[in-house]
Write a protein that binds this ligand. Sequence first.
Ligand SMILES: Nc1nc2c(c(=O)[nH]1)N[C@H]1C(S)=C(S)[C@@H](COP(=O)(O)OP(=O)(O)OC[C@H]3O[C@@H](n4cnc5c(=O)[nH]c(N)nc54)[C@H](O)[C@@H]3O)O[C@H]1N2
Ligand SMILES: Nc1nc2c(c(=O)[nH]1)N[C@H]1C(S)=C(S)[C@@H](COP(=O)(O)OP(=O)(O)OC[C@H]3O[C@@H](n4cnc5c(=O)[nH]c(N)nc54)[C@H](O)[C@@H]3O)O[C@H]1N2
Ligand code: SF4
Ligand SMILES: [Mo]
Length: 684
Amino acid sequence: MKLISTSACPHDCPSTCTLDIEHDDKSIFKINGNKENSYTKGVICAKVSRYRERTHNKNRLLYPLKRIGEKGSNKFQRISWNEALTIVSKKLLKIKKAYGSESIWPYYYAGTMGLLQRDSINRFRHEFDFSGQYSTICNTLPQAGWMAGVGSLMGPDPREVKYSKVIIMWGGNPASTQVNFMKHVQNARKKNNAFLIVIDPYLTKTAKIADLHIKLRPGTDGALACGIMKHLIENKKIDEKYLEKYAKGLSKLKTHLLKKDKNWASKISGVTYEKIITLSNLLSKTKKVFFRLGYGFTRQRNGSFNMHAVICIPTLLGAWKELGGGAFYNNGGIYNINKNLIEGLNYKNENIRMLDQSRIGPILNGDKSALKNGVAVKALFIQNTNPLVVAPETVLVRKGFQRKDLFVCVHEQFLTETAKYADVVLPATSFVEHNDIYIAGGHQHLTFGPKIIKELGECWSNNRLINELSKKMGSVKKEFSFSEEEFIDNTLKLSNLGSLKELKIKKFIDLQPEFNTSHFINGFGHKDKKFHLNAEWKINNKTFNKQFELPDHYDLIEKSSKKFPFKLVTAPAHNFLNSSFTETNASKSIEKKPKIKIHSKDMEKLNIKNNEIIEIGNNRAKLKIHAEAFDGILPGVVIVEGVWPNECFIEGLGINSLIGADSPEPFGGAVFHDSAIWIKKIIC
Ligand SMILES: Nc1nc2c(c(=O)[nH]1)N[C@H]1C(S)=C(S)[C@@H](COP(=O)(O)OP(=O)(O)OC[C@H]3O[C@@H](n4cnc5c(=O)[nH]c(N)nc54)[C@H](O)[C@@H]3O)O[C@H]1N2
Ligand SMILES: Nc1nc2c(c(=O)[nH]1)N[C@H]1C(S)=C(S)[C@@H](COP(=O)(O)OP(=O)(O)OC[C@H]3O[C@@H](n4cnc5c(=O)[nH]c(N)nc54)[C@H](O)[C@@H]3O)O[C@H]1N2
Ligand code: SF4
Ligand SMILES: [Mo]
């Protein structure tokens, strides 16, 4: 008999859509967006509506495997769970004894965003004092900039855009990366005649439907923001009364910006002075201006500083206090989930080193500073991520995974490239096969995602594996025998969010803070309750702070040069989610193949034709790819969409081989859209 159950999309997407899933006890069928959820509003992306193809895919991993060929050779043999657990536990205990607990690095990310299945790996880590993970691959750069200005991780309710007069999507592409936000935007345009502005180096799906698209050079948003602010200040369009009460650093900012030449911002950003005036005029016409900040524009070596510069604009305008006004980046700060039980925080050893997730390439190749001058990593235990494809500096990452003295266990739903380098591969459940709870970065709901079908094959959930492996390795703590439901119920109770029984009835709860809190009427998140126009980045580091105190263009990006004339942006693909969905035929057949978008003027200069195979590269690597003529960019900028598996590229090496794994200021991160490259025609 077919049933319909409500759940949450588990993928790493700000939308965390509420889903209505048709299923029986063995299979899922159609998935629709839930209509009662006021953020999802019945809208979900196409790739998840066809999720049956992913869960019931013929290539799902269903049984534990042991490697029998060379690393990466894809030669495996089926083994029992008992044998798998014995191999992994014995090997980890042996390595721990020989090299110390920090030589083992549990490595994870957000393949599922469920709090239990994603974060249980930290309970395993803390129980055995394994190396810590500093998770930088996604939100470190944007968050640092946001926090420097606002001081807390929240903002006006994104559903409020229905009251906005101007919506400015800065450095994000929601039509592809969080589609239901666009439903709210389109409602605002229909019902409130809202004007949509998009700031992006290329004509994305979002930019195509915007009223105004500003194309800029990658990594120059700080300059553009300063150009706008200078014009606002000079033309007395700032809200002095609001600023006096709510902001710190105005006079410094004024002096700093007024010193700049009229054409300074245009020269850097490639946006004409006239367009900057147009922007400034549009933004100051109404206080109901909503800034929706993407992650994309911060994946630059100056990305945190650029985020801070951009969010200073709504502050100068006094937009934060208005219904439908202000800025929104992420709501992570509203939930206050107590993770002690799930993550074993009570037994976390604070002296253990933290290794930077984005620097896995240098780390596995023995880079001393990346290893914090500690022991080499001798074992990786991986859940929820595919670093061979998604992490920067692929050549280094691959070299690391090829090391004969590195033991790797990967728990996965598919035989990803990372799994192919593992010694032991374990099969993981998908979100319909286990229980979890989900919070959302892009809205305000906490949602229960129930187990609605039987596990496929011999798949285990992440939490089950963590419990069983820990016990096998000698753990006796009671929580390592807790069921998923016990973890969830206890966590909800510890967080004062009711019980699992209640959440099962409600399905989701709306935790939006009241207006005065989310609009910072009661003050911003800093101790002095002010928005900081002059930022303090590193506590007790005056030299650093002084250098980057005020919004500016900080020239830290990889610059184009004679040798590397093109700036490369590696934006997400509409039909993939990072490297997920590259295993489904529907998504793959729409995306077709990796391509590089090049301006027709540049194509002409290089004598390259549409669809020609060309070579691109920099000091890190070179690779072959098809060229696509595309005039929705400034000449000198090129775009490759999608985190395609390396094996989909002509010579088996993918786009992240061109991305640096250095650590950007102030707190690290991954600079996926900040690479300078050369492009060559292949002459046979
Ligand atoms: N379909 C799909 N959806 C996804 C994902 C996916 O891979 N595919 N990934 C998910 C994840 S993990 C995340 S974190 C989010 C990210 O979603 P977004 O917030 O949208 O961020 P990005 O996808 O990194 O980049 C978005 C845009 O930033 C632009 N950009 C790059 N550099 C600059 C710059 O210097 N200035 C400006 N103004 N813009 C710039 C790019 O051209 C791109 O169009 O999306 C999630 N949703
Ligand atoms: N070039 C380029 N590279 C990028 C980006 C970019 O914009 N450009 N974006 C970056 C960003 S923002 C991010 S967040 C990262 C994300 O990178 P990843 O976190 O690696 O995301 P995915 O590639 O989707 O891989 C998640 C994996 O988890 C697995 N998985 C899903 N659910 C479960 C589960 O319940 N249990 C287990 N054990 N496994 C599960 C999936 O099968 C999938 O293989 O990629 C980054 N890489
Ligand atoms: S838009 Fe994002 S959260 Fe919604 S269904 Fe698609 S991937 Fe999942
Ligand atoms: Mo991300």
